[in-house]
Write a protein that binds this ligand. Structure first.
Ligand code: AMP
Length: 194
C-alpha cells in the first residue's frame, strides 16, 4: 500500500492535485472537507453539526472527524493505498490515523506540503468562491480565520511526520502540471518500495 498525506493551507491546491495523484497511482482519494460537504448536502445530523464550524472557518471536532474518516477507510478494504487531503489537521488526528493504519499493518509513507503564501491563498480562494458555491470561500474574514487556524493547529502535523523523516515540502505556486510533476518526483521512488 502507498499512503500519502497531501498537506498545506486551504487553497494550496490539495484537492486538485490529490485527484490527479489518485488517478496516476491508483489510490483512493479521501477529502474530509468533501465528506463533510456531502453530509451537509444530505441534511444529516453530522452535516448540520459540521456546518456550524465550517461556516466560521473553525475545525470540526476531532472525534467527529476521526470517526467519519475511519468509516470511509473501512469502506475500501481492497484499496491499493490512500491519499488523504485535508486530513489530518491536528496532531490528535495524525495520531489516530497512525493507529488506524497500524491496525491494518500499514503506515503513512510520506506527507507532502504544498507551500503557498497567505496573500496568494486569499486571492485564490476569493476567486474560487465566485464559482465553488462554498460559503467559506466567499468571505475574506473567514478565509483569514482558516489560515490562522491552519498555522496554530494544523502546521504542527508537519513536525509529527518530520520526526520520522517522512515530511517533504514543495513549491505550490505555478502551473498545475508543473506542481504535479514536482509531486510525482517525490512519490515515484516510494512506489518502488511499497
Ligand atoms: P476543506 O475542504 O479541506 O478546505 O475543508 C473545509 C472545512 O471543513 C474546514 O475549514 C473545516 O471546517 C472542515 N474540515 C475539513 N477537514 C477537516 C479536518 N480534518 N478536521 C477538522 N475539520 C475539517
Amino acid at each position: 500500500m502507498l499512503n500519502l498525506i497531501l498537506f498545506g493551507p486551504p487553497g494550496s491546491g490539495k484537492g486538485t492535485q490529490a485527484t490527479k495523484l489518485a488517478k496516476q497511482f491508483g489510490l483512493v482519494h479521501i477529502s474530509t472537507g468533501d465528506l463533510f460537504r456531502y453530509e451537509i448536502g444530505n441534511n444529516t445530523p453530522l452535516g448540520t453539526e459540521a456546518k456550524r464550524y465550517m461556516d466560521q472557518g473553525q475545525l470540526c471536532p476531532d472525534t467527529v472527524t476521526i470517526g467519519m474518516l475511519r468509516a470511509k477507510v473501512d469502506r475500501h478494504p481492497q484499496a491499493g493505498g490512500f491519499i488523504f487531503d485535508g486530513f489530518p489537521r491536528t496532531v490528535a488526528q495524525a495520531t489516530a490515523l497512525d493507529r488506524l493504519l497500524k491496525g491494518m499493518g500499514e503506515e503513512v509513507n510520506v506527507l507532502i506540503a504544498l507551500e503557498v503564501s497567505e496573500d496568494e491563498i486569499t486571492a485564490r480562494l476569493l476567486e474560487r468562491g465566485k464559482t465553488s458555491g462554498r460559503p467559506d470561500d466567499q468571505d475574506e474574514d473567514v478565509i483569514r480565520k482558516r489560515f490562522s487556524v491552519y498555522q496554530a493547529e494544523t502546521a504542527p502535523v508537519y513536525n509529527h511526520y518530520a520526526e520520522f523523516g517522512k515530511a517533504r515540502r514543495i513549491n505550490g505556486v505555478g502551473e498545475i502540471d508543473n506542481i504535479f510533476d514536482r509531486l510525482t518526483a517525490e512519490i515515484e521512488p516510494l512506489k518502488q518500495l511499497s
